[in-house]
Ligand binder design. Structure first.
Ligand code: FES
Length: 161
């Protein structure tokens, strides 16, 4: 049996096997989901909002809850796509605006340009550079100096997991 899921704001409808997670829906649609933790509910790069049909998804588990708590863009309808399984029809998923960055190098290549969309911290979902803002070297320096911005150390640690 399959279930139908709708994706907004790209207005796409798709069907998945019952009990498949929302992450597989996004990947099937070729959406660029960073999924840094490999779908284990430990990063936030598969964060989505559920516009409708929350009751048609599997309930939030503890790990998901804990990860969601650190995302600044978390709302009451937030879910981690890798943890939310589709049990019934009627789920409408809203993709958060913005792009998760992999590393400071991602931003480095954009210096001197305006951010076309919000650039998001890969772990917390915090907005690092707002859409429309000019990306400058001093901004990059500031990000490096921010203790909460520990992406490079996270990535070197994560490889040893
Ligand atoms: S892929 Fe990391 S929390 Fe879903």
């Amino acid at each position: 049996m399959s279930k139908t899921v709708r994706l907004e704001p790209i207005a796409q409808q798709t069907s998945v096997e019952t009990n498949a997670n929302l992450l597989s829906v996004l990947i099937n649609k070729d959406l660029d989901v960073l999924r840094e933790c490999g779908g284990r509910g430990m990063c936030a790069t598969c964060h989505v909002y559920v516009q409708d049909g929350m009751e048609s998804l599997s309930p939030i588990n503890r790990r998901e809850q804990r990860t969601l708590e650190v995302i600044t863009s978390c709302k009451s309808n937030s879910r981690l796509a890798c943890q939310a399984r589709v049990l019934q029809n009627g789920v409408v998923v809203e993709l958060p605006p913005g792009m998760y960055i992999n590393s400071l190098k991602d931003i480095e290549g954009l210096i001197g340009r305006r951010a076309e969309q919000d650039l998001l911290h890969p772990l917390t979902g915090q907005i690092l550079v707002e859409s429309g803002k000019l990306i400058t070297r001093s901004m990059l320096k500031k990000l490096e100096d921010t203790t909460s911005f520990n992406v490079s150390s996270y990535f070197s640690n994560s490889s040893s997991l």
